[in-house]
Design a protein around this ligand. Structure first.
Ligand code: GDP
Length: 425
């Protein structure tokens, strides 16, 4: 059975924690998109980890961790991440890398950095991990596939072609040093040797695994609102964040994805620029939620940047849940809200005096003002509670209110960052 675990919001919903938890009963966990640009924070019996490229199921002995063809593969980063968790006492994970995954190269990172500097104030808030140049190159057909590392003739041709293009840009647009072809070839040979032990025909591997009835998790990065088609374009990421893309980025049939667990945050947070209707304007109130949020504050797992904070946005979340094709919702960080007397929930957008509950395109989103309803808080710590009925009444009312707005059953409730901080409903 294949289950996708994806985000409904702007990312940082807690997908890592939910994946780590569900991986206890899974055989295979697959990353199908994105790269090392966003992080997942996981807390378990080995300690606290910020994973960027490895799937969040790597902490178990019984799981196989897969980097699918849809991922932007930074090879030295992958090796470093494996070494780091092993150093912290985690058993050496079984990792497979798709022979169709493409390589994120140092020149992608340089290009990202140069472009952000060129755009200065108008930048997209990139994490400068090279993700946008990587995916641009993939679709411009000058990317390098893992399989091509093992064919010197193809590799040399590729390097020739891409250096011609990149160097015009580096020299004339950015005024920066050109890429040296020989150096690049050397780097690629090093990468070939590093990745060789992991290379696999992942699509064939998963086809067989599905036939054998294995439990497979597809772990998404970021969330619905960062999807390049359905998100807040252009303030989006460069690969699809939707469960549907899980089929493509892993190389499986779309109808094999039977369950879609969409992770929704009980309040909102976002990193980088972009439309964010329910953002908290009062600085002190935003600071308070940021400091209490997540595990030890809402700061980016990759960049350490303070996240922008907002109240729960039912309009954006219902849309985010729908566009994922959600079969069940996991509602996270509920415990964080225990300090509030009343909790604002954005239930509509006011766009030029008209109230809508439908998430609009970005040009209209810019005009949207939040319409709030206020729910009573529960004013206590709910960590450690294991049964839904034991939650305070106002907390249950908050959950049930959100469930009604989302129009999909909320089956998992996360009331703390740890593996066991979970309530099944
Ligand atoms: P991901 O990218 O979706 O995996 O999310 P991140 O790991 O970037 O952000 C989630 C943050 O919230 C991490 O610091 C988690 O440890 C933390 N977290 C996850 N679930 C909960 C929860 O229910 N309560 C609290 N307090 N923190 C949580």
């Amino acid at each position: 059975m294949v289950r996708a675990i994806v985000g409904a919001n702007w990312g940082d919903e807690g997908k890592g924690k939910i994946t780590d938890m569900l991986a206890a009963k899974a055989d295979i966990i697959v990353r199908f998109q994105g790269g090392s640009n966003a992080g997942h924070t996981i807390i378990n019996n080995y300690g606290k980890f910020a994973l960027h490229l490895l799937p969040s199921g790597v902490f178990y002995d019984h799981t196989t961790s897969i980097i699918g063809n849809g991922v932007a593969l930074n090879i030295p980063y992958l090796i470093k991440e494996i070494d780091e968790i092993v150093k912290k006492g985690v058993p050496r994970p079984k990792v497979l890398v798709s022979d169709r995954a493409q390589l994120l190269m140092p020149y992608h990172i340089l290009q990202d950095t140069y472009e952000e500097a060129r755009l200065a104030g108008k930048a997209y808030g990139s994490t400068k991990s090279g993700i946008a140049p990587f995916y641009s190159d993939k679709f411009a057909k000058i990317g390098i596939q893992v399989s091509e590392l093992f064919d010197d003739e193809i590799l040399e041709e590729k390097v020739e072609k891409l250096c011609t293009l990149k160097n015009i840009m580096f020299k004339h647009l950015y005024n920066m040093p050109e890429i040296d072809k020989d150096e690049l070839l050397n780097t690629l040979h090093e990468y070939r040797d590093m990745v060789e032990p992991f290379v696999c025909d992942v699509s064939a591997y998963l086809y067989k695994a599905i036939k054998e009835g294995k439990n497979i998790l597809l772990e998404g990065q970021l969330g619905s609102l960062k999807d390049p088609d359905h998100g807040i374009y252009p303030m989006v990421t460069s690969s699809s964040t939707l469960a549907a893309y899980g089929a493509i980025g892993a190389g499986i049939a779309p109808y094999e994805i039977k369950e879609i667990t969409t992770v929704v945050k009980a309040y909102s947070s976002a990193v980088g620029a972009g439309e964010f209707v329910s953002e908290i304007e009062d600085e002190a109130a935003a600071d308070e939620l940021r400091i209490r949020g997540g595990d030890g504050g809402e700061f980016g797992a990759t960049t350490g940047r303070p996240r922008r904070m907002g109240w729960f946005d039912a309009v954006a979340s219902r849309y985010g849940v729908r566009i994922q094709g959600t079969t069940e919702v996991a509602l996270t960080v509920l415990d964080v809200l225990g300090y509030l007397d009343e909790i604002p929930v954005c239930v509509g957008y006011d766009i030029n005096g008209e109230i809508t509950k439908d998430f609009p395109t970005t040009n209209k989103l810019k005009l949207a003002k939040p319409v709030y309803e206020y729910l009573p808080g529960w004013k206590c710590d709910i960590r450690g509670i294991k049964k839904y009925e034991e939650l305070p009444e106002n907390c249950r009312k908050y959950i049930e209110f959100i469930e009604k707005e989302l129009e999909v059953p909320v089956k998992l409730l996360s009331n703390g960052p740890g593996r066991d901080d979970i309530i099944y409903r």
